[in-house]
Design a protein around this ligand. Sequence first.
Ligand SMILES: [Zn+2]
Ligand SMILES: [Zn+2]
Length: 560
Amino acid sequence: MLPLAHSLSMMAAIAAMRGRAADAADLSSVAARLASGERDAAHTDTGTVREALARIRDLGAESALDEALAEVPQDLRRLATSGHLDVPAVAELHRLTGATSLGELSDRLASQGLAGAVEPTLMERARAAIAQASATRPRIPLGRAWSLLDPVLSVIRDASPEIERIVATGSFRRFAAVTGDLDVLAVSADPVRTSARLMGLPFISSVLHAGRDKVVVRFDRAELTIHIVTPDVFVPRLVSLTGSAAHVWQVRQRAASLGLTLTRDALLDHDGRARAIASEDDLYAALDLAPVAPELREAEGEVEAAARRELPRLLCHEQIRGDLHMHTDWSDGRDSLETMLLAAEALGYEYVAITDHSQTSAIARGLDVDRLERQIEAVAAAREKHPTMAILQGSEVDILPDGSLDFPDRVLERLDLVLASLHDMAGHSGAQLTDRYIQAMRNPFVHIVTHPTNRLVPNRDGYTLDEPRLFQGAVQTGTILEIDGAPGHLDMDGAMARRAIAAGALVSVDGDCHRADLLGRHMLFAVGTARRGWVEARHVVNALPLEGLRARLTAKRQAS
Ligand SMILES: [Zn+2]
Ligand SMILES: [Zn+2]
């Protein structure tokens, strides 16, 4: 093919991936005419073709194509640059499946409807490309995903009154620590109108794909896919978009075992008729399953447990009575003690603990004994101003390299609540770090071990601890293990929390918040993470009323 014809046909493929069917048709018809030797084929009145030709002339073909490809949904671009597929192949996959993301493409390629439509070699290359693109795709931490999605959901709701419901889906809805892409699902009786309206919203910096049931937009250096469906499709699509892919696969297998077919958009009877499904609970019930909360949908035994009616009674946000881990501007927090207390009061907490850092945490402006003395006075004064909320005087005390604590016992003794933390691994192995924890847990004044693996999402993996020994130490000494809701921690994560409670440990579910305006959000993350760990209220010390909590805290001191 002539170079220009080739470039235009690539431009056509790119336009098709962006959902611009008319542009794609114009570009490919001119490309075809050029290829067949028609000399003045490029003299055309079509704006799209003229614009494409101008870009090719000004930038050169390669740069013009790169520029056009930069405006395609990022997953399609990753596939096209994976080395396994080229632009026309990705465009072909998009044409066959409608997919604009890796998740959609895998799901569509696995579905029966496409069997035969995709050539075996293309299928094979697609699988390799998906695997490679998934491995290299950047991860968005839960905290950032929340900051991006929260305002956008309200903007969309306000701008589109015909939207009956809108939900953020994907791993975000499951409270996973990181997510690959941002997806929301909107229900509208008139998707075409909604899609047109959404493309004009001011927060959008560019529209990467515009389809009948989906708009992919870029905003704030992120990409968002807004799926738009009619009410009858909402529930099956919600389950499918929430994932995880492995969970959805198991649920589909379950449907098949009952003679039903669960597709992306419907639950079909054996005669192919779609059942009316009003809610996710209804959908699970139709499969003779107890409702499965989004946080549990990880294919970790939840489908079997739902079939046996043995799912946990998951911790609810309303069951949290207070937050036992937060920082003020006495150490590295942003806000004053008073501001944090007002925020806690506004959240309706029965109690809070003020837990600034101890002296060795120089970076975190840790309190030495003198400043701690002054904070104790300040907290005592604050109690007068906040008579309805109990304020526990605490400290987040570093566990030093030798396993001792950063304050002597005579200081710890004066605190209502002592959190013990490893912030500095000091070059130790997992076994040595476990030893340090166990030594700290043996101190009768230590109540809670915070963020045990000390991971930093998404950049630093946690310590490799000797978990059985850690959990046994916690149970034997009556020390509580924390599920820390700071989005950089989310530590213990769900899987570890599940193992901890199975070993008999109690947990606290805390925000570890450093600013008042995020106090509630961090607790949501902590509760979401606890739910991922199948945690029930009975495992959680800060689901206890104040008296019960105090009894727990004093029990350890008395036992020693
Ligand atoms: Zn910490
Ligand atoms: Zn902290």
